[in-house]
Ligand binder design. Structure first.
Ligand code: UD1
Ligand code: UDP
Length: 351
């Protein structure tokens, strides 16, 4: 079988790595990088350290408004698909690269497999929600990480080609937790020790592009007594500069985005994680690190139900209260699979 995989953003490199490893044992894969993320520390570092083959094609689309960015991806992907004529197009998650890959393939009648199908925030103002709904409805194979995701699809009438495979991010994390403690020296580089800091990330448009929300989140970071390690996404870095908020982060350990092994090391050793990332909410859960999610809702509802993840929105007082008063639950039930999702995904493609 010939597979074209379309990816373009940081979390997709991480998700694709375990699947690619299994896929290439028996099948041919052409890797198409849209170029949505392009900084060395948002793209190249992941290919280098995750054992992910270099892209066969890089469309070099870069940043831009949603319409222009997605349109440029669509045109580029279509050309590749016409030349490659693959048996499947494989897309991951909910970014503009996901939507472009799914739509370009569906229009050419090439079957689409969507990894991380069925996730919903039920907030249509999120660009990711539009991308995931449309990708799911264009897909022939819907590869779900949770029963909730299967149920969400069923509620939208999608029951054909739906497989509960577990979460590929668990596969990726297992691979990295074996390596991070020996291969990463990030704790020494940043100057923090085990359990001696809180790790924070912010990049969601709803937080970065709303000055009130961004200020409220940074106010909480600045007021917390803990040492904060804050790897800053380029989108957030740009907004902090635009809004003259540099003084807000002056006392934080603000660093550039880090590679995956460094990130896993930083998550493993953190006392707590504050984030609006989708992937990091699950990684915190798997690693047994309490998580505060700086959003009003989450797709990963099971982490909240378990008591390990608390939604605070962008409310300064609430963020501070939850960081101060968090009580670790006594149990942490297994969620989102067993780290064997990649095998199930490849089996579903093959079957
Ligand atoms: C994208 C996804 C989001 C995902 C995130 C993962 C969409 C709509 N959003 O958000 O779902 O959670 O990736 O990180 O697809 N930039 C750089 N260098 C880069 C990449 C981006 O400077 O390598 C800056 C540019 O100013 C750009 C901004 O970040 O305009 C936003 O990048 P973009 O890819 O549009 O969205 P993300 O916020 O990264
Ligand atoms: N990540 C990383 N370096 C960083 C920040 C995040 O390797 O500096 C990893 C993180 O551990 C997770 C993934 O990137 O595996 C999540 O990406 P992001 O938060 O950008 O996107 P989301 O999951 O919200 O779509």
């Amino acid at each position: 079988m010939n597979i074209v995989t379309v990816l373009g953003a940081r979390p997709q490199f991480i998700k694709a790595a375990p699947v690619s490893r299994v896929l290439r044992q028996q099948h041919a894969e052409v890797l198409v990088h849209t170029g949505q993320h392009y900084d060395e520390n948002m793209s190249d570092v992941f290919f280098a350290e995750l054992d992910l083959p270099q892209p066969d094609v890089n469309l070099g689309v870069g940043s831009g408004p949603h319409g222009a960015q997605t349109a440029a991806m669509l045109a580029g992907i279509e050309e590749v698909l016409l030349a490659e004529k693959p048996d499947w197009v494989l897309v991951y998650g909910d970014t503009n690269s996901t939507l472009a890959g799914a739509l370009a393939a569906a229009k050419l009648h090439i079957p689409v497999a969507h990894v991380e199908a069925g996730l919903r925030s039920f907030n249509r103002r999120m660009p990711e929600e539009i991308n995931r709904v449309l990708a799911d409805h264009a897909a022939d194979l819907l590869l779900c990480p949770s029963q909730t995701a299967v149920d969400n699809l069923s509620a939208e009438g999608l029951t054909q080609g739906v497989h509960l495979v577990g979460d590929v991010m668990a596969d990726a994390l297992l691979w990295a937790t074996e390596r991070a403690p020996t291969q990463s020296s990030i704790l020494e580089q940043v100057g923090v020790s085990e359990q001696g800091y809180v790790l924070a990330t912010v990049h969601r448009a709803e937080n970065t592009d709303d000055p009130v929300r961004l200020r409220a989140i940074l106010d909480a970071f600045a007021a917390l007594e803990d040492s904060i390690v804050f790897p800053i996404h380029p989108r957030t870095q740009a907004r902090i500069a635009d809004l003259n908020l540099k003084s807000q982060i002056a006392n934080l350990n603000a660093i550039a985005p880090v590679g995956y092994l460094d990130m896993v090391r930083l998550m493993q050793a953190a006392r707590m994680i504050l984030t609006d990332s989708g992937g990091i909410q699950k990684e915190a859960y798997w690693l047994g690190v309490p998580c505060v999610t700086l959003r009003d809702e989450t797709e990963w509802v099971e982490t909240v139900q378990s008591g390990w993840n608390v939604l605070t929105g962008a409310n300064t007082a609430r963020i501070m209260a939850v960081v101060r008063d968090f009580v670790m639950p006594g149990v942490r039930p297994a969620l989102y699979g067993d780290g064997q999702a990649a095998e199930r995904i490849v089996a579903a493609l093959y079957g």
